[in-house]
Design a protein around this ligand. Structure first.
Ligand SMILES: Nc1ncnc2c1ncn2[C@@H]1O[C@H](COP(=O)(O)OP(=O)(O)OP(=O)(O)O)[C@@H](O)[C@H]1O
Ligand SMILES: [Mg+2]
Length: 239
């Protein structure tokens, strides 16, 4: 069963026609990797899902309900969390305050769900270590971990994450891979944009490859990872 589906989605940014009929399916409980060269339309696809860019044609379905022209807060309210490339962290606030801002229930009940917080600390130890430090002091990788922690501070059905490995050192990427695989085991459905093919290959169950504002290939990650010729032609990778 697919938790998220895009059917023939077109998007414009100003005068530019960016997405040209995106078809995408995200199976429930799986991690779907969205790959593609720079400028292929990956970020625009995520922004269109979140209602930050309006689809000019086609439709988006989440959990059996059409969300195409819903407002972003209502889409988020359906249980979709979005971690943008820019991460959306407030540098002057502490890690704790950043987490608090992300948790609607924490604000009304004066506290976090402690069991959930322990789970997040176990996934991302840096979040606990720097709990009372300004988020601006964190390293790039630690900020990325905080950004994902904010997205899961409350139960979500779908996590939509844009290039978490961008600019990170290999050792940081490895700890992210470990955390994502644990997150995956917890049953969350994830749609992840990635440039790092090693990262993508280790975590992805399914894959969709974009080019020129369309999905030009989709299927099993294992099969795609084994087909170097296909990777070469779609991503231009020399592995
Ligand atoms: N605000 C904008 N105004 C004009 N064109 C834009 C804007 N944002 C994106 N584009 C264009 O839309 C196309 C798709 O961009 P998008 O950011 O979705 O690609 P991407 O696959 O995420 O690329 P990257 O891997 O570099 O992040 C690109 O050609 C880009 O130049
Ligand atoms: Mg992008």
């Amino acid at each position: 069963m697919n938790l998220l589906e895009l059917h023939g989605v077109h998007s414009h940014i100003g005068a530019y026609h960016i997405l040209h009929g995106v078809d995408l399916a995200v199976p429930k409980g799986q991690l779907t990797m969205l790959l593609g060269r720079n400028g292929a339309g990956k970020t625009t696809t995520l922004r269109t899902i979140m209602g930050l860019v309006n689809a000019s044609q086609g439709n988006v379905w989440f959990s059996g309900q059409e969300i195409t022209s819903m407002r972003t807060p209502d889409i988020a309210g359906k249980g979709i969390a979005y971690v943008p490339e820019t991460m959306g962290i407030f540098s002057d606030l502490t890690v704790r305050e950043n987490m608090l801002l992300a948790a609607r229930s924490a604000r009304s009940h004066e506290g976090f769900d402690q069991k959930r917080l322990k789970w997040i600390f176990q996934l991302f130890p840096a979040v606990e270590r720097f709990w009372n430090h300004p988020a601006g002091k964190l390293s790039g990788g630690q900020k990325q971990m905080l950004a994902v922690s904010r997205a899961i501070v409350e139960p979500r059905e779908l996590l939509v994450i844009d290039e978490p490995s961008k600019g990170l050192a290999p050792v940081m990427i490895n700890s992210l891979i470990e955390a994502f695989s644990q997150l995956k085991s917890s049953g969350v459905t994830i749609l992840l944009v990635e440039q790092n093919f090693n990262f993508a290959q280790k975590l992805g169950d399914t894959v969709a490859v974009m080019d020129n504002g369309r999905v030009v290939h989709s299927g099993d990650m294992a099969a795609f990872a084994a087909d170097e010729q296909l990777q070469q032609s779609l991503l231009g990778l020399a592995l």
